[in-house]
Ligand binder design. Structure first.
Ligand code: BEZ
Length: 191
């Protein structure tokens, strides 16, 4: 099932209101940036966690056999989700809105940066696939998620490439994410 969110996104966050546009990457943007950017810095958001709960009918799977990709799930506490902030120009959003059209919506969130012992904050934009979107798959066991990722393949390549490249990139950045690493270990044990 797919819903094209391209048009909805154009009216969701007014990019002209922002002095600088910082995009928060928590998934493929961490390991592969296929668009120009002006600056890049590691950062984190609070109150969200990464989960392989979104269906991918157009990139890492097909309508008949959707893959699993990431979305962010809101938490009741200040759970930290670490990722990458990219400063971009407004022009990049045409490409991004198209690339993330399978259920992702733009949200405005505070991004936090650490420098020494000092925490600073900037406004950021992040693509999140909300739990009521048509392509949302929802929770499953680590074993079920790993098996689906191991099996699925779409126009952007094997679903497992997304998982394994992300896990490697997180390790290089010293980012711990038990959900991602548990799925990686389970998938590798299936091979
Ligand atoms: C990312 O942060 O890499 C990302 C994840 C889902 C949709 C768009 C971007």
């Amino acid at each position: 099932m797919a819903l094209d969110t391209t048009d909805i996104n154009k009216s969701r966050v007014d990019l002209n209101e922002l002095d600088e546009i910082w995009l928060f990457g928590y998934g493929s943007i961490i390991y592969k940036v296929d668009f120009p950017y002006l600056e890049k810095a590691q950062c984190y958001i609070k109150g969200w966690k990464r989960r392989f709960w979104q269906g991918s009918h157009d990139h890492r799977g097909t309508p008949e056999d959707p893959g699993r990709v990431l979305t962010l799930i809101e938490t009741q506490d200040q759970t930290v989700c670490e990722g990458m902030a990219l400063r971009v120009t407004p022009e990049e959003f045409e490409h991004l809105d198209h690339r993330e059209k399978n259920g992702y919506l733009r949200y405005q969130v505070p991004l936090f940066f650490n420098s020494g012992n000092q925490e600073s904050s900037k406004t950021g934009i992040v693509y999140i696939a909300p739990t009521d979107n048509a392509a949302y798959l929802g929770p499953a066991s680590i074993e079920q998620i790993a098996a689906q990722i191991a099996r699925c393949h779409g126009p952007s390549g094997p679903n497992k490439e997304y998982l394994l490249e992300l896990a490697n990139a997180l390790r290089k950045l010293n980012i711990d994410d038990p959900h991602i690493f548990a799925i990686e270990q389970t998938l590798l044990s299936l091979q």
